[in-house]
Design a binder for this molecule. Structure first.
Ligand code: FES
Ligand SMILES: [Fe+2]
Length: 337
């Protein structure tokens, strides 16, 4: 079969976005927080797609629950509040009280429910949650791929770099007027870098003739020589995630979670060790320069797609896009319950 990009209709149809939530996003793990933000005995509220999330660390391990009281749906913790110490989760509405493992300890006026009340039937709803590479990953559906499969190439190519201790140094989010796939494709696109980012990303990645590409079933890698010490790794990962790893231990995570069929956000996290703290502002400014160049490209491309484009032929430097398109098509076609 001739290799081809996904059809433009998949970037503009509202029904497609619904199907993606179930068949694509629902099968995958999502980076929801940096592990360093959640200390022992603390809780933080986050969002994952339409889901309100609660992340809790107890005895070193992180658990994810819905931040939604089983009684009438009230959140326990305000997402604006940031991480906070917590012994008990107390619902501000009618006072149902949970421990940090999601077990109901008490409900107000418990003897007066209309039916006999069984606390054990009203635990918090848990989601699959893992900590890996300094990041907390949560699955958004019931039949997720193995996280080790989703991150297969990262685990294979630089296992020791992933082990480095890191903390979150900076975090930004920017709204984009495009379908998430336009932004994801663009960040997988090694064909445009020399042309569209001559002073920014191209300097970091160096001459095209030195590009080293690796593709796996679930991910792709562009590795480029970096300094005396090794290679700069740019991983493209499902669902809409990019992991950049420098030999000096810095890690940047870029994600494009969808907001609507023609809108997504560009979330950027920068992680490093204490030594990188002093230069984090300069690092962030550098990243923002090329991401702002990309913002114009992706918002322009969305207009092309919305006007009925038939995409042109893929270039060899666009193979990383095709890899993610094939994974997307495979998951969207896998309609098993
Ligand atoms: S909604 Fe939480 S106790 Fe009623
Ligand atoms: Fe770009």
């Amino acid at each position: 079969m001739t290799p081809a990009f996904l059809a433009a209709e998949l970037y503009t149809g509202a029904a497609v976005a619904q199907q993606e939530r179930h068949h694509y996003a629902g099968r995958l793990w999502h980076a929801v927080a940096a592990a360093s933000v959640l200390a022992e005995g603390h809780v933080i509220a986050e969002r994952l797609l339409e889901l309100p999330l609660l992340l809790v660390r107890e005895n070193g391990a992180v658990q994810a629950f819905l931040n939604r009281c089983p009684h009438r749906g009230m959140p326990f913790v305000d997402p604006e509040a940031g991480p906070q110490a917590c012994r008990r989760l107390v619902c501000p509405y009618h006072g149902w009280t949970y421990d940090r493992r999601g077990r109901l300890l008490a409900a107000a006026r418990e003897a007066e429910f209309l039916e006999p009340f069984d606390r054990s039937a009203w635990s918090l709803e848990a989601l699959p949650c893992r900590e890996l590479a300094g990041v907390i990953w949560v699955a958004a559906g019931e039949r997720p791929l193995a996280l080790e499969d989703q991150l297969d190439l990262v685990l294979r190519e630089c296992p020791e770099l992933l082990q480095r201790p890191r903390r979150l140094l900076r975090r930004t989010t920017v709204p984009l007027h495009c379908n998430w796939k336009v932004a994801h494709d663009n960040t997988l696109d090694d064909y445009h870098v020399a042309i569209a980012h001559p002073q920014t990303l191209h300097r970091e990645q160096g001459p095209v003739r030195h590009y080293r590409h690796v593709v796996s079933a679930h991910a792709s890698l562009l590795a480029t020589p970096w300094g005396e010490r090794g290679e700069f790794f740019t991983f493209g990962l499902a669902p809409w995630t990019h992991l950049l790893l420098w030999p000096d231990g810095r890690l940047a995570l870029i994600q494009f979670p969808p907001q609507a069929v023609d809108r997504c956000s560009m979330d950027l996290w920068l992680l490093g060790d204490d030594g990188h703290g002093a230069t984090a502002d300069a690092w962030l400014a550098e990243m923002q320069r090329f991401l702002d160049e990309d913002r114009r490209l992706v918002e322009g491309t969305q207009q092309g797609y919305a006007s009925g484009l038939r995409p042109g032929p893929p270039h060899r430097l666009e193979r990383r896009i095709l890899q993610q398109h094939q994974l997307y098509a495979r998951l969207m076609d896998d309609r098993a319950p």
